[in-house]
Design a protein around this ligand. Structure first.
Ligand code: PNS
Length: 170
């Protein structure tokens, strides 16, 4: 039986920190499915289709990875149906841990066969979060070191789109 994990997240957008975690997971598991949560209670900059397109592009060279969307429902149910034994989550700092700890124990409650595995990205990504990348990129800052060129392009086109949108104050 294959030793499969799922790597869920909002990925708004997928960063090099996410990619680093995914590559580490691929050293442990036979297969890793990246799962984009559509309804993660977050107002995302990118639509789920845009996020999927970005992840597909970034992971296109990696073997044994697939990309899927959790449209609604519980991640634990998705893991059960997919036959995944592990949920991979990246942790960068101690402050990430409280939320991760809660989610991990709840997911275990919902699906006792699943184990959450926490992986630390390379230290150079410890301060890279999608939220800060979005903010810096939309304000015109250079985020080339932190995202794939395709994601960079998508951030640039979002910036143009937002710049050209009529202001709600006018
Ligand atoms: O990248 P994020 O936003 O930290 O990822 C959070 C995510 C998507 C993993 C979490 O919100 C999730 O699992 N959502 C699916 C719905 C669910 O199962 N919620 C209960 C989690 S215990």
């Amino acid at each position: 039986m294959s030793n499969k994990a799922i790597y869920p997240g909002t990925f708004d957008p997928f960063t090099n920190g996410h990619l680093d975690v995914l590559e580490r997971a691929l050293n442990i598991f036979d297969r890793v499915d990246v799962i984009l949560a559509e309804n993660s209670n977050k107002n995302t900059l990118f639509s789920v289709d845009e996020r999927v397109a970005m992840v597909r592009e970034v992971v296109s060279g990696l073997p044994n990875v697939s990309v899927d969307v959790l449209h609604d429902g519980l991640l634990a149910d998705y893991a059960r149906t997919a036959g995944a034994k592990a949920i991979v989550r990246g942790v960068r700092q101690v402050k990430d841990f409280e939320y991760e700890f809660q989610m991990s124990l709840l997911n275990r409650h919902l699906y006792p066969e699943v184990t959450t595995v926490f992986l630390m990205p390379n230290v150079k990504y410890t301060y890279v979060a999608s939220s800060i990348i979005r903010e810096v990129a939309l304000l015109g800052g250079d985020v080339r070191k932190f995202v794939h060129p395709y994601v960079l392009k998508m951030l640039a086109s979002k910036r143009e789109l937002l710049k050209n949108r009529p202001s709600s104050h006018s």
